[in-house]
Write a protein that binds this ligand. Structure first.
Ligand SMILES: [Zn+2]
Length: 350
């Protein structure tokens, strides 16, 4: 498609540069055994319990729901980061298949970690290799430096080089991962995705694109990343809190504006457009919004604009706001059933 063909209420497809499709069922989940009082406890008591509870059936419907909500928000490409330590093998295919069914582009990776011992790390590496060797679109995932031994980091970096892809890794999200820059600086490459970077020093020496997830950072109370100070390309992600990228753009703008009153919406819009460096195919996709013109200064303050029509790779996947390839009501009903199973499992967990 020639971009000059775009009408004033249209954009190319939006990119969510960091998502966790496995977390779509988590909303309204049972409260953790006690209230987390730090970022590390949020991981331990909420997310690391959730990922242990997942099986492939839950994952399938979680990914379908997340992919459906993404196209309903005008997002046509997702860069996903996955972990399900008790259902590793085949998990990336489950996510890729779910996205293919909805009709959205996805780049999958499995977040390798030593949290479950060297065997768990090996299985995670194998899943990345198996998926990439099958020729599907992916990256090598690492959970974060602070949950990995050095040999795991090196193995993942070498695997990414071997397949000619980048590494997708959480970096210095919380203070616990402050050492990440030191440990990763000789491994990182320009095609790496450095997610968060909140606690990176300005002179970090890492290579890659910084993925900024402002709402998640606020939710986890980890501080403000101020991504422009890191002097690397920036793109926006949601860290699993949906895939509504206009919404994330608004939060990114409000947050940077709070930090510096001279900032304009163009800054946050440039971050949103950073996603096209990562999934350039999204430039071929087309989204028609409920009204135009699509201008960062209007969108920053307009909270009611909706995607009405989405075309991905020449195929209409959303028409009059309704997904065309699947029955959205069925996806929501099946996802709700799986959420119930997941919540029961979480309730029974020590
Ligand atoms: Zn994340």
């Amino acid at each position: 498609m020639d971009l000059t063909d775009l009408q004033s209420n249209e954009t190319t497809g939006l990119v969510c540069a960091h998502h966790h499709l496995y977390s779509s069922l988590a909303r309204g989940m049972p409260a953790p055994p006690r209230s987390p009082t730090s970022f590390f406890e949020i991981l331990e008591l909420v997310w690391w319990r959730l990922d242990r509870a997942l099986d492939l059936e839950m994952l399938k419907w979680s990914a379908k729901l997340g992919a459906l909500e993404a196209i309903e928000s005008g997002t046509t490409a997702i860069i996903d980061h996955h972990e399900s330590p008790n259902a590793i093998e085949g998990s990336l295919d489950v996510i890729a298949d779910a996205c293919a069914e909805i009709g959205i582009r996805v780049v999958c990776s499995y977040g390798v970690t030593d949290r479950h011992g060297p065997e768990g790390a090996a299985k995670g590496l194998e899943e990345n290799a198996r998926f990439l060797a099958s020729g599907r679109r992916g990256m090598v995932g690492i959970h974060a430096a602070f949950t990995c031994e050095n040999e795991t980091l090196v193995a993942a970096a070498e695997m990414a080089d071997h397949f000619g892809v980048g590494v997708h890794i959480h970096v210095a999200e919380g203070a616990d991962d402050r050492g990440a820059a030191q440990r990763l600086k000789d491994l990182s490459r320009d095609n790496w995705l450095l997610v968060h970077g909140v606690h990176l020093p300005d002179n970090h020496e890492l290579r890659g694109t910084v993925i900024h997830n402002p709402r998640s950072n606020m939710n986890n109370s980890v501080g403000y990343a101020a991504p422009q100070r890191l002097r690397l390309p920036v793109a926006l992600g949601t860290d699993g809190i949906g895939a509504a990228m206009l919404d994330e753009f608004r939060v990114a703008y409000a947050r940077v504006r709070e930090h510096d009153i001279t900032t304009t919406p163009e800054t946050a819009w440039n971050w949103l457009e950073g996603g096209y460096q990562l999934v350039p195919e999204a430039l071929q996709d087309r989204v028609a919004w409920s009204e135009g013109p699509v201008d960062p200064w209007r969108l920053a303050y307009h909270t009611n604009i909706r995607a009405e029509f989405v075309e991905i790779g020449g195929e209409v996947v959303l028409n009059n706001g309704v997904a065309t390839r699947i029955d959205p009501q069925e996806v929501r009903a099946k996802a709700a059933e799986q959420a119930k199973r997941l919540f029961t499992k979480l309730d029974d967990m020590p």
